[in-house]
Write a protein that binds this ligand. Sequence first.
Ligand code: ADP
Ligand code: ZN
Ligand code: ZN
Length: 738
Amino acid sequence: MTLFADIVLPLAQEAYTFAVGDIADLRVGDAVSVQFGKSAVYTGIVLRLHNNPPTKGKVKHILKKLYDYPILTSNQLKFWEWIAEYYLSTIGEVMRIALPSLIKPHALNEELYEPYKVAQQRMVRCIKEVTDEQLSRLSRRAPRRAEVIRTLLSSGGKLPRKAIDADATIINALVKAGIIEVFDKDADPTFSPIKNTALPTLSEAQTVALNGINNTLEYCDVALLHGVTSSGKTEIYTHRIAQALSEGKDVLLLVPEISLTTQLVERMERMFQGRVTVYHSKLTATRRTKIYMDMLRNPSGNFVIGARSAIFLPFKKLGLVVIDEEHDSSYKQSEIAPRYNGRDAAVMLAWIHKAKTILGSATPSLESFNNAMAGKYAGIWLAERYGEAQPPVITISDTIRAVKRGERKSHFNKDLLDKISDRLSKGEQIMLFQNRRGYAPYMECPQCGWTARCPNCNVTLSKHLSSSSLKCHYCGYTLPSLRYCPECKKSELVAMGFGTEKVEEEISRLFPEAKVLRLDSDSAAKPGDYERIITQFAQHNADILVGTQIIAKGLDFPHVTLIGILNADNLLNAPDFRAVERAWQTIMQVAGRCGRRDKVGEVVIQTAETSHPIFATLSEHSYQQFAVSQLSERKMFNYPPFCKLVRITLRDTIASRLAEASKALGKRLTHNFGSRVLGPVTPLIDRIRGEMIVEIVVKVETTASFTKAKQQIKGFIEQIKQNRDYHPVGIFVDVDPL
Ligand code: ADP
Ligand code: ZN
Ligand code: ZN
């Protein structure tokens, strides 16, 4: 008999040891309640069972086991442990983000815990064969009973009780006669193997790609499908998905932001009717908990389409993981520990399950591309668009030259305006991309140079027309819009730079007959806004769609033939070693939204830096050339994927204390890691929400043990945290920061 259990509690700590006492059949993964400290009661999860009493302190007993079955599988536990270790976090922190809130362990006011009750669905099914003749006889004798049987037979012999319009006496009579049976859905075994009748027929190029995936996945665990925009990657996935489901396995299709994938979910639901479960953090707590508990009790056969948090669901027999748009930075969770990357963690999850992974993108991350080049992943290349669609023609429009020649109106070069008016006259649609929301990123006084700034953050306030306010995009601080300079009171403020609202205003002024829509996180703030705007545009009820990166993601509009990238320079000039990679991906993804049917699309990129090498590779659609040259730069300057990064962020309200703490940490790190340590440095935005920020980055060679280096880093951080003087300083670690 095991005597002790290590239990993980919702605290940023490792597990604590408790005595099992007289709790019967305690298993790893069980949820329990325990007393912790003087009087606090917590719920927690059993991590390990063993016979070793704790070395110090009095042992407390587990109070209660909360469910009849473990709420965590052994594979989930392995996965949690990997995340905690890799991202320098703790199991307690992983638990806090991994479990849906209704079963998430927490502190209790008293010993009472109301376990989550699994809702059961009453079902009715035929258990006896009924011939046509018997049925017509029954129809004469008891028409309403016959009607129930007909309804059941017409839907495969099984239906929820709610779906049958008959009162209890009729159902009971049929049960008594041994014709039907009433049962709880809960007791239902796994899904029946799926028949894939609705799968799309693949084109020749798609078939070659699918065969490539099938062949390489025989001996490789991960395949990178590099297929240009509109090549039909989704259609290729569906074939592998259907195969895994037909083998009774689970499938996970990860997407960067589920709210932006309405079109994809609809297509999947059409093909895999009744099998799709959509999971993401914006669902209600009840819904998420129900999905979790249902999966826990379903042996396998689930098809989950989800955002990154779906990796924490209790898959039993995961057979396939598909990571769509694998380059997308929203897979990374940077706000709270563990700061994990959903893509990388999903690859590990698949590995734990011995499942296969397909990464898909038109613009792969340099990490994945490099893995494919190095033979770690299989690389499959799909170079042509599906059907008649041709790649768009990409042209570069020189902003400086346009200004010199007097050929620039507001934020548009003449060649772009000419093309817009040409496409409008042909009744075609246009998309305009600007990666800034709001009207203008800052307001300036032309007399004294005053700008509106956030009192909490070291940034300017953006002007927003729709709410007539000045807003901080970091902390949300808002002021009513100002007209005159509050400093010198001599002049009206001028809007500097431009965001999507300004583009919308100007383009409407230049083309008054065109109907213009705007899609960004302001115009799509409420649930349903996003769907409404894209449907309106897809149904051709508008001519021009102005938007931020939100319009770059996966959308498929048949009538868009022209795209304007209004300011490529602010993409390129972001202070980040990934700026060029991001710019390439964003521009190519936006470009991919046009010319998706029979008409050839056209993309105009406005820039003041026409000689930047990125533009040549963009207009030639040469991802390879771009990737190889970027990788050689990364190699030269020793950046990922040729090394690993760990970023440590320190935050405090008192500048001197922050400086001391970061100096002390920097010194220890430098002592150990030498020139691999960058910083402490103050980032470009060095104050957010009233806290000052300092960063230290450690570069670890790929040849060194990353695990060992991370443990050392963790040790140094612990030392600083233990120093009382530095107690109020927040120290946060980000492994593989983006
Ligand atoms: P990607 O994800 O590679 O950008 P999509 O999967 O969105 O491309 O495909 C682009 C368009 O072509 C979609 O409208 C899709 O329905 C259509 N399409 C692609 N492959 C096929 C196919 N084999 N049969 C029918 N339609 C297809
Ligand atoms: Zn002024
Ligand atoms: Zn702010």
